[in-house]
Design a binder for this molecule. Structure first.
Ligand code: PAN
Ligand code: ZN
Length: 186
């Protein structure tokens, strides 16, 4: 029997995915301006500045039950006013689907919010592993000075519901107060 070659690769130290079925998407500040509280500050910034990139191994059609995706998120360091760069954040469209996040490099906070808007803020750093239960909205915040690199694995039928977050936001924001990250009610 032939032994076949692996076609996709992950670099454990950088999180970079390479090879077959790897796709990448980019979010610029201008694409996500609505998530920030300081509207004046975001409008003064370069709208083409990259906020984050997401690579994923796209092996299944989105919506396929029983499949998995793996991806790496690269969230750049920076602030809009006092608020740290963050991902849009989402619930999964199919609410009761979970996800793993593990930190490859950088430091930050993972915001986890349930549907009654109770939010937990979890410190993340290289090696930290977080299991995100179903029905929990999740957002990454980069509180460090380097790119926050996060690996993730989620079901291919999870889908992303950005609408609820766009409408109601998260109940907290993470800001730099006297140079230190603080989680503040919005
Ligand atoms: C992650 C996120 C990724 C980008 O792969 O999609 O970190 O964040 P937003 O999707 O909120 O912009 C994930 O949670 N997938 O389900
Ligand atoms: Zn998710």
């Amino acid at each position: 029997m032939n032994i076949t070659e692996s076609k996709t690769f992950i670099n454990y130290s950088t999180g970079i995915l390479k090879g077959e079925n790897v796709i990448e998407s980019v979010r610029k500040l201008g694409d996500i301006k609505d998530i920030y509280t300081d509207k004046k500050a975001i409008n003064r910034m370069d709208q083409d500045q990259i906020a984050y990139k997401v690579q994923m191994h796209n092996t299944e059609n989105e919506g396929k039950e029983g499949g998995l995706y793996i991806g790496t998120s690269f969230l750049y360091p920076g602030r809009v006013g006092d608020e740290y760069f963050m991902t849009k954040g989402h619930y999964h469209q199919k609410r009761d689907t979970a996800e793993y996040y593990w930190c490859i490099s950088g430091e930050g906070i993972l915001l986890l919010m349930d549907e009654t808007e109770n939010t937990n803020a979890v410190k993340i750093y290289p090696g930290s592993l977080n299991y995100i239960q179903g029905n929990i909205a999740h957002r990454l915040v980069n509180t460090g000075e380097n790119i926050l690199v996060i690996g993730a694995c989620w079901p291919s039928d999870a889908g992303h519901d950005y609408g609820s977050i766009a409408e109601h936001g998260f109940s907290v924001s993470v800001k730099s107060i006297n140079g230190k990250p603080e989680v503040i009610s919005r």
